[in-house]
Design a protein around this ligand. Sequence first.
Ligand SMILES: [Zn+2]
Length: 67
Amino acid sequence: MATAMPQSTCDRCQAPLVEDAAYCDNCGERTRKARRMIRLAVRVELLFIGLVVLLVAGFTLVYSLQQ
Ligand SMILES: [Zn+2]
């Protein structure tokens, strides 16, 4: 699987990348690894927002049932 290999050159300008770099030193393009991390962060954030909404909805329900 090609995506499991560490990316060694920039997708845009083909300049060699520093290992674990998030951006290309030459053109500033994000590396595949950085893009994966961003997707993961967005997913975690959406999950967190969903949990907060559920919590608020749960509390609202409990309060309305108590009255
Ligand atoms: Zn580049």
